[in-house]
Design a protein around this ligand. Structure first.
Ligand code: NAP
Length: 305
């Protein structure tokens, strides 16, 4: 099955790339390992994507999918297992088929970072979670800890507080990284913040029952009972396919691109969270669009930059 362009990933970057590519007359396939929407599916609410004052991630993902469907049907639940380059042609292998394309946009986003402490794996799905929107409901009226100090941790803590949970934020430094607006909301909602503290291990029997913490200043260990823990410590870029193609990454593991989303490998473009930077829906969409238009340069098509 031959295409001019293959877009791997169906988050905001992949969706925008698909829409722009088809509208530019490029025969395109969009392959998504799970569902169109990517990370936004698990965002409780989004209030900074222009045009949408406040919308749930799931709702926005559905709008994205409907918009993309107007042009092409994305291949959902079809992760790309292998990607190679033979001359000027890319070969992409999934469980269902092998596709070829002359240009490739990698928009595979990022996955949850794990703490890597004892008990984390054992209690994942049994009290330890990485997604408040997905699992928060199971802890209604219970006591939970959100680990992390960034926007995601703050937003998740607020979401959990709003559905009636006793929530505390646990952060390794003495200051949150989250935007001031979220910090104010955290304070307003009476969410306890435990600063300068790291998780040593998750404890329990069949399910999570307690967390052992260490104060990074005093080195003192203490254990506190919790019914749930949400680990919100950021993301790791999904660069496995890119690595196989010889695409260059920066020292944090994100794909390096130029202003046109070109990587160092001719015909390979990258867009969205996988390139690091602001990692916002609006920036991901812009990068996806830019990558699709830039790909015309290897497809013998004209686009007036
Ligand atoms: P992030 O901004 O990278 O923050 C990760 C947090 O986890 C940081 O506070 C970091 O601590 C902490 N951390 C990292 N590794 C840790 C470890 N091993 N142990 C303990 N703590 C650790 O990630 P994010 O909050 O997931 O956000 C990702 C991107 O999405 C960001 O660009 C963010 O702005 C964006 N976002 C935006 C919104 C919005 O509504 N605008 C909502 C969610 C996310 P340090 O602070 O000490 O580094």
């Amino acid at each position: 099955m031959d295409y001019e362009l293959a877009v791997v990933g169906g988050g905001p970057a992949g969706v925008a790339a698909g829409i722009y590519a088809v509208r530019a007359g490029i025969s395109t396939i969009v392959l998504e390992g799970r569902m169109v929407g990517g990370q936004i599916i698990i965002s409780p609410w989004i209030e900074n994507y222009p045009g949408f004052e406040s919308i749930s991630g799931m709702e926005l993902a559905e709008i994205f999918k409907k918009h993309l469907n107007k042009y092409i049907e994305p291949h959902e639940l079809e992760p790309v297992n292998e990607c190679s380059k033979d001359g000027d042609v890319f070969k992409l292998v999934t469980d269902k088929a092998t596709y070829s394309a002359k240009a490739l946009i990698i928009a595979t986003g990022a996955r949850y970072r794990h703490l890597g402490v004892p008990g984390e794996g054992e209690y994942t799905g049994k009290g330890v979670s990485y997604c408040a929107t997905c699992d928060g409901f199971f802890f209604k009226d219970k006591k939970v800890a959100v680990i992390g100090g960034g926007n995601t941790a703050a937003v998740e803590a607020l979401y959990l507080r709003n559905i009636g949970m006793d929530v505390c934020l646990v952060h390794r430094r003495n200051q949150l990284r989250a935007e001031k607006r979220y910090q104010k909301d955290v304070e307003k909602k009476g969410i306890r913040v435990i600063y300068d503290t790291v998780v040593c291990q998750f404890l329990g029997d069949q399910t999570l029952e307690a967390i052992e913490f260490k104060d990074v200043n005093t080195e003192e260990h203490r254990t506190e009972e919790f019914d749930g823990a949400f680990v919100s410590i950021g993301l790791i870029p999904n660069t496995e396919l890119a690595k196989n193609l010889g695409v260059e990454m920066d020292d944090r593991g994100y794909i390096m691109v130029d202003d046109f989303q070109r990587t160092n490998v001719r015909g390979v473009y990258a867009a969205g969270d996988i390139t690091g930077g602001a990692r916002q829906i609006v920036t991901s969409c812009a990068q996806g669009a830019q990558a699709a238009l830039a790909s015309t340069e290897v497809l013998g098509k004209q686009y007036p930059f």
